[in-house]
Design a binder for this molecule. Structure first.
Ligand SMILES: Nc1nc2c(ncn2[C@@H]2O[C@H](COP(=O)(O)OP(=O)(O)OP(=O)(O)O)[C@@H](O)[C@H]2O)c(=O)[nH]1
Length: 324
């Protein structure tokens, strides 16, 4: 059984990677970034990412950086135009006030005053036109930026999905578990409080690897994940929790419901055996089940399921234990 490791946040890793590069005075090239990102992921979590995923994450970060620079440039230009037009208008208004004052003190004759007022009005109209033109052009720039931010958000969502997906089995991985757990626990506490965590761990999986090879071992893991998907409801969550260990979160499910799901899983596993060159590969698993207690958090729930799994393993494999 693989021991639990803390899940890590990919955005946090990206931030640390960029900080480390800056500290060492290294340019943030894709290669440098990938190297640091990889090293940090390896230290923080055993779930390593492929080069493609890192490259993709890097591209998204670069696009985000470009978009922020564009927003910055446009904002600076807009502020400069506003400042300039504001100064022109203030000057014109100042003069207008001066003319008005002169009229009041009857220093100017009617004709001169009329000319001055016309010239000033023209100045004001031209400043207003300039202001309008720069606001319209900034508006277009902002629309274009908004469009690229939308694409970046889509890329980020895709990236996040890739980061939270186990590349072998296609199930969720542990990176996104904290977020999912707290979401499901909050939802359960808000409603009827029914949420079960089921941890199952393949028995003697090392022997399968030793006997048939690692690639067959991989196929067995994919087979098990597919069986679980076939048994689970759409709202249930399947997470590859460790090498040969899966966590299932069952919302709106009590202990009898969770035990029923585990029985069905066993039945399906026995009926749909994994075959390797016409040879049946026996799959057995030990299971720990825990139901959410009032005021309990997600980590405590999974910890109790893990303790139950530990008991199931150590009292003879292929068993189900329910946490107190
Ligand atoms: N093929 C394959 N094997 C893996 C993967 N992840 C972990 N393993 C293997 O899973 C095995 C786990 O070994 P153990 O922790 O001793 O567990 P076990 O043999 O199932 O024994 P028990 O859990 O005690 O029943 C190791 O041989 C790992 O190399 C994977 O992604 N693919």
């Amino acid at each position: 059984m693989t021991s639990p490791t803390p899940s890590v946040n990919p955005v946090e890793i990206a931030r640390i990677a960029l900080k480390r590069l800056a500290e060492r005075g290294l340019p943030p090239t894709p290669e440098n970034y990938a190297q640091f990102y990889n090293a940090i992921v390896t230290v923080k979590s055993p779930g390593t990412k492929t080069n493609d995923e890192l490259q993709h994450a890097w591209q998204v970060l670069c696009k985000l950086d470009d978009a922020l620079a564009e927003v910055n440039d446009t904002t600076v230009q807009l502020l400069e135009s506003l400042h300039e037009s504001g100064e022109n208008m203030a000057a014109s208004l100042g003069q207008l006030q001066h003319v008005r004052h002169a009229r009041l003190t009857r220093l100017l004759n009617e004709e001169e005053m009329h000319k001055d007022v016309e010239a000033l009005l023209e100045d004001i109209i031209s400043s207003t036109h300039n202001l309008h033109a720069s606001v319209s052009s900034s508006h277009e720039d902002i629309s274009a930026i908004r469009e690229s931010v939308k694409h970046i958000e889509e890329d980020l969502a895709f990236n996040r999905k890739m980061m939270e997906q186990d590349p072998l089995t296609g199930t969720l991985n542990r990176q996104g578990l904290d977020h999912l757990l707290s979401r499901e626990v909050k939802r359960a506490h808000r409603s009827d409080g029914k949420l079960c965590a089921v941890l199952f761990d393949l028995d003697d999986f090392k022997q399968i690897n030793d006997r048939f090879g690692h690639l067959v071992g991989d196929q067995v893991l994919v087979h098990v994940a597919n069986l679980a998907r076939a048994v689970l409801r759409e709202t249930d969550l399947l997470i590859r929790y460790g090498g040969e260990e899966f966590l299932v979160l069952l919302p709106e499910t009590d202990l009898p419901g969770a035990s029923f799901m585990v029985d069905r899983m066993r039945l399906v596993a026995s009926k749909s055996a994994f075959m390797h060159h016409n040879q049946r590969v026996e799959i057995s698993f030990s299971t720990g089940i825990a139901k959410l207690n009032p005021d309990e958090n997600g980590r405590a729930l999974v910890l109790r399921a893990d303790e139950a799994l530990y008991r199931a393993k150590h009292t003879g494999r292929g068993r189900v234990e329910i946490a107190e």
